[in-house]
Design a protein around this ligand. Sequence first.
Ligand SMILES: C[S@@+](CC[C@H](N)C(=O)[O-])C[C@H]1O[C@@H](n2cnc3c(N)ncnc32)[C@H](O)[C@@H]1O
Length: 217
Amino acid sequence: MRTYHPRRGRLTDDKRNRVADLLTRFGVPATGELDLAALFPGLPVVLEIGFGMGEATAHMAQADPGTGILAADIHTPGVLRLLTLVEREGISNVRVAHGDALELLAEQVPKASLAGVRVFFPDPWPKARHHKRRLVQSPAVSLVVSRIEPGGFLHLATDVADYAALMLDVVNSEPLLHNDYQGFAPRPADRPLTRYEARGCDNGRPVADLVLRRLPT
Ligand SMILES: C[S@@+](CC[C@H](N)C(=O)[O-])C[C@H]1O[C@@H](n2cnc3c(N)ncnc32)[C@H](O)[C@@H]1O
């Protein structure tokens, strides 16, 4: 099931070549199980799914150099933007995966290997007939949870009221997730204002955060 808008033909050949070049330095192998200890020596690793233009990712990485961030997005202009930030700012704790994060999780991320997973403002897919494309629903969440180590976290945020309600139902029915807050969490201090959120805030939409902990099996 595709959870993203396929957008093609927007990048020049120069930019595509630049993405390919930067990915050889700041990306991850496109196939095979990831060796997270080699990619992020000595660091716990947090996966961010759908980083958009990557400003919040770069900000969080710089604010917390003791955590490695595996940042996945399908959207090539955003991938180029984050790769450029990583190179320009000399950010050493970010690795970029260009592609579908659910495929990455299923095929390349070892089980119980992540210290946490962030999904900030996943595509809302507002039309009822497209709700099945929403990222945060079972069984995708079960896949995500299986890759988080016991004690690790899952942090979700959305400004779409019915998506927030769906997220709450999904996490409540996931037996390996514990919610310290019972319902929505107060806005965590470490979540920067993302580009998408800034637009939503302009329109006055409240944001719902969910912060869950992975239980031992
Ligand atoms: C609404 S944007 C939010 C971006 C960013 N988190 C923010 O708050 O500004 C959602 C992003 O998720 C990405 N996305 C959707 N499905 C994805 C998937 N399966 N794997 C990786 N990225 C995905 C889209 O390409 C898009 O960049």
